[in-house]
Ligand binder design. Structure first.
Ligand code: NDP
Length: 280
């Protein structure tokens, strides 16, 4: 029911998943168990979210096999130095209770920290892929210049780039670079944390199609080929966000939604070029 997206390394990823950013650690197992019961088979977590162990417990409680669930995690910002990255990855596997993740990402490029040497960090992820502990590797919040540097200095092309992308921030330059170089785009904050749902362009389309605004925006991502993993801790919304495959947008809807782009003004999160937050 959920389409798979083919990655440049021969692996596939379910196009729709469940994101657990801002779900408190003690509530994560229940939320993940519920998501899996609804039918989600792709969980997006990160060391930074402090809830990898909850993801493990939710999967265990679901009764599903580990291999039935696609798990993504990410390298936290304090661990870019190669030895730290290796230790952090082992800790991520331990917290997740697994011997491999399906996808491991550098969470932020941090070009102003670590002498801007994110290629050195990427080479450590290349080794995780080579030894099989990360089936696929990718990046998050990488801009075009960051991707160009990896292309010039490293061997493996990232399988994905997970970037902020929603109707108010199309992030076109980064998205196009990915399309041209075989890097799949994952859209984080796909509904701008709810910020686009009241837009009249969206609500009109929702009314016309007899769907909710969130379904319209998520369906728009799906039709554009983006990988999405909306976060909701609300059971009814988790169901709603999963029900995207029994309707389609109509001609003109895609362009109307894309017309909402505000460029940089639409960004809700930090700009990756200057982002230097390292959690303590
Ligand atoms: P989303 O765009 O997924 O929005 C989440 C917010 O929208 C929550 O407040 C949720 O409320 C609300 N919401 C969800 N569904 C609905 C609905 N159907 N109707 C109305 N409101 C709804 O934002 P996120 O920032 O959480 O992004 C999704 C995922 O992307 C994250 O969980 C994480 O996995 C990833 N991410 C990655 C980042 C990165 O740097 N790589 C940065 C940020 C996110 P409620 O929970 O109360 O229902």
């Amino acid at each position: 029911m959920i389409p798979d997206i083919s990655l440049n390394d021969g692996n596939t990823i379910p196009q729709l998943g469940y994101g657990v950013f801002q779900i408190p650690p003690e509530e994560t197992a229940d939320a993940v168990q519920r998501a899996l019961a609804i039918g989600y088979r792709h969980i997006d977590t990160a060391e930074m979210y402090r809830n990898e162990a909850g993801v493990r417990d939710g999967i265990a409680a679901s009764g599903l096999d580990r291999d039935d669930v696609f798990i993504t995690s990410k390298l936290n910002n304090g661990y870019h130095a190669p030895d730290d990255a290796r230790r952090a990855f082992e800790e991520t596997l331990r917290a997740l209770g697994t011997d491999h993740v399906d996808l491991f990402l550098i969470h932020w490029p941090l070009p102003t920290l670590y002498d801007g040497d994110y290629p050195a960090t990427w080479k450590v992820l290349e080794a995780f892929k080579a030894d099989g502990r990360a089936r696929s590797i990718g990046v998050s919040n990488f801009e075009v210049d960051h991707l160009e540097r990896l292309a010039a200095e490293c061997d493996v092309v990232p399988a994905v780039n997970q970037i902020e992308l929603h109707p108010y921030l199309l992030n076109d330059a980064v998205h196009s670079y990915g399309r041209e170089h075989g890097i799949a785009t994952e859209a984080w904050s796909p509904i701008a944390q709810g910020g686009v749902l009241g837009d009249p362009v969206i609500t009109e389309i929702a009314e016309k199609l007899d769907r909710t605004p969130a379904q319209v925006v998520l369906r728009w991502h799906i039709e554009r080929g983006n990988i999405v993993f909306p976060k909701s801790a609300t059971p009814a919304r988790m169901e709603e966000n999963f029900a995207l495959f029994d309707f389609e947008l109509e001609p003109g809807d895609d362009a109307a939604i894309a017309g909402l782009d505000r460029g940089e003004d639409g960004r809700t999160g930090p700009n990756p070029g200057v982002m230097d937050y390292v959690p303590s």
